[in-house]
Each structure stands twice: as structure tokens, then as C-alpha cells.
Design a protein around this ligand. Sequence first.
Ligand code: NDP
Length: 488
Amino acid sequence: MMRAQPEASHFIDGRYVEDAGGRLIENVYAATGETIARLHAATPAITEQSIASAKSAQKKWAKTAPAERGRLLRRAGDIIRERNRELSELETLDTAKPIQETLIADAASGADALEYFGGVAGAIAGQHIDLGADFVYTRREPLGVCVGIGAWNYPTQIACWKAAPALACGNAMIFKPSELTPLCALKLAEIFIEAGLPAGLFNVVQGYGDVGSALVAHQNVDKVSLTGSVPTGKRVLALAGEGVKHATMELGGKSALIVFDDADLEDAIGGAMLGNFYSTGQICSNATRVFVHKKIKERFLKRLAERTAKILIGDPLDEATQMGPLISAAQYEQVLGYMALGQEEGARLVCGGGKTSVAGFEQGLFVQPTVFSDVTDGMRIAKEEIFGPVMCVLDFETEDEALARANATDFGLAAGVFTRDLVRGHRVAAALEAGTCWINTYNLTPVETPFGGTKRSGVGRENSMAAIEHYTQLKSVYVATGPVESPY
Ligand code: NDP
């Protein structure tokens, strides 16, 4: 028996389902290279089964009192919190992120979403519009069957960020995890059943991109919410467009962090490190372009290098470890490629720059946290999403210059500014073209806050009350109170 083998590959209509005819998915723990589970991608029969089950469950669910829906979601949140340790260990095996992170950032943020949307379920309401004698009321109705497609960096969080608002609004969800991290969503499906959620409302099907496409294209699917890269987002959005379906796209970024010369230096360095090294740099909103004012650049780099050298890379299951390996061999090659490219492009390597090894984990895909300085806007390392622990430091002299350069990208997911001048902080946040801006911190994404991208980084918002807009549709009901004035 492998270390994390689930009962079967898919979870449909309240139970595990297998179809060994599907393409093999080998789930590898990136710290050791060991296969921890073997699953199968969904066959067309499995996809059909998951949609039929979701469609029939959703009809009843839409008629369930919202307060009751909310109660079940909150119960699932409670179970997640009780099992945080076990779920965090699974998340670490699935993603190879350090347990120090998963204990606080993954299942726990999933529970936050279930509690939040469990709480607001009963408050989802339409409007009454007075027309004098007649009136209109609007009903906020569910969309129907929603498909969630996840990236591999936050498998539990992504599943919960999508499922919690979808279910609160009376929809069903079919979730397809990334084939690199198939395990966590299955646990979530089990927990929903344990919490009392009717079978079929949250189904999990495994697969590669083609399974995601088949789900999105299906006539009985009404919405897709994808977390993934921009190229995948374009394809999935086009597919949704063909069927005139609702779509939320949470895509990649190349976000800017602007550090002014009046900033608290230690805080700014802490923010830049959080925004580049957390989860081994595999975070969509990372501040991979750090603009540092020329006056403080050398001091900034010196302290940054000192603090980066102390990052503890090691066994992800050891609570002392601060950085684990990258998720997959492909990602490892890509990140190492960019580390070499930065040097070829003439950036100054401040620290890191290549692979590293951990005793006892010789097969692990570990790389060094890396900082490049003297990066210029035209370099590929400054333009392309690397998705690894590679920080590019660029220097600037004026606010206008920093803003123009920060905004000169097709991405627009997130941005940040460090300054003690709060008027400037708000002015810069207003001018940055990004869906989320942080002033004097970085990468905090509480469930109360809308999260999503501008420009090519996405469409729609997750979390907060804004998510309700994306999982419901309005029906206007006109009520006449007098005779029909017909010219005929
Ligand atoms: P991908 O875009 O490669 O994949 C995302 C998901 O889409 C996977 O489940 C993938 O399946 C699936 N998929 C791939 N092709 C298709 C298709 N044609 N139709 C339907 N589904 C498809 O992203 P990664 O998993 O590599 O994740 C990294 C990317 O995600 C980065 O660009 C990152 O910035 C972004 N991201 C964005 C976040 C945000 O909230 N904005 C958060 C986290 C990551 P499979 O993997 O099986 O091929």
C-alpha cells in the first residue's frame, strides 16, 4: 500500500468511484521522489456520472433553506479545524510544502471560507424595486452545476474557495484538481458527507486538462471557476464562451512591490521575502518584481541576503523547515532555467542561483532561494512568471517612474507598496493596476477580501461578498397591481 493511496480516484454522489480504464496519474511526493498514490483520470463515463449526480442533487439543494445550507458548510469547517493536523500532513505530501506552512495556511484557510460563506448563506437576498403602484423584486438564484478546476499550489484552499460560495448559493460543484495534487479535494469531499451535505453536491473527478475541458464544455454545466496559468485561462474562457457560460478566472501574475526610501527596511524585506519565498515561491500573487528606491538599494540587498541565507530548507514534514522542494520535475527544470537565464541576461546574482540538496532527501527537487538585483525591465526574468523562489530587484528614483514600470505588464493580479508616508501609500495603491494592493504588508488574503486579477490575470473575484455575485444570477419579477393597458 502506498503512503497516501485513497480508496479510489474519484468521489461521486457521496462515495469513492474507480474506473481503471482512465489514464494513470502517478502522485509523487516531490521531497523524496516516492510515489505516494496511483490514481486514474476520469473516463467519459465518470465525467457523465459526476455531472448527472451533481445536476440531480443541485435541484433539491436549491430548495433547501439557505440557513440550513450554511449550517452544513460551517459544520464542514469545524471538522476541518478538528483535523487540521492530519489534513496538513496530507497537504504536505500532496504539494511538498513545509508543514510549518500547511498547518496555518491551507486547511485552516479552507475552514475560513466554509465558515464565512456558511455565515452569509442566509443573508443572500434579492431586492425590492418600487415602481409607484407596480413593483419588481429580484431573486438571486443559483447558476446550477459549477465546475472548479484547481492549480497544484493550494489544493485544499482552492477547492474550498470555490466550493464554499458555490454551495452557499445553492449550486453543486464538480471539482477537478491538478493531476499533480489529486488527494486533498477527495478528503474535502469525504468531510462534506460527514458534515451532512447531501451526496452529489461536491463531486471530485481526477484528470488532466482534457477532463477539465470535457467538464466545461458539457451542456449541463453552467459555470467554470479556474485557478491556473494565463494560457490555460484563455483556453478555458474561450470554451466557456462557446457555451455562453459564467466564468471566473484566477490566473497568474508578475506582481510589483514598490519600496520607497522612507519604508521600514526590515518590514519591507520581510514583505518581499514573504512575497517571493513562501510555498517555495509557487504563489500566483507573488511580488516577483521588487522595485527598491536607489537610495536604500544596497542596504536593502545586504539585509535581504543575510535573512535569505538563514532560510531553513529541508524535510517538509519537519516543523522547523521553512522551505520545501518545488512540486514537479517540470517546474524544477523551469525554475532552474530562469535562474541560469538571469545570469545570462546580466542581472547581478545576490544569493542562491541554483539547485541544492538536503541530506536524506537526495531525490528532492530543492532549489536555493534566489535574489537577482540590477534587473532591468526588458529581461525575461522580469517579464515572465517563474513560479519559484526567484526575486528580481529593480531600482528606481521617482514615484512616477516606479508606477509606470510596475504597470508595464499584461498581468494585473497583485501589487504592494512599502512607505511610511500613508498619503503616498494610498496614492500609489490607487495607481497600481492590480486586483489586490497591499500597503506595508504583502500576500495576506483573508476570506473577507475580494481576490482576483485585472488585465490578463483574471476575470471575476473570489472570496468576500463579491463571490456571491459570481455564483448567482438575478431574476427580475415584475408584479403588476392594476389592469393591463393594451393597445389591442
Ligand atoms: P495550469 O494552468 O497548467 O493548470 C490549472 C488547471 O487547469 C489544472 O487542473 C489543469 O489540469 C487544468 N487544465 C489544463 N489545461 C486545461 C484545459 N484545456 N481545459 C481545462 N482545464 C485545463 O496551472 P498550474 O496547475 O501549472 O498552476 C500554476 C499557475 O496557476 C500559475 O500560472 C499561477 O500563477 C496560477 N495560479 C493562480 C492563482 C490565482 O488565484 N490567481 C493561484 C494559484 C496559481 P492538469 O494540471 O491536470 O493539466
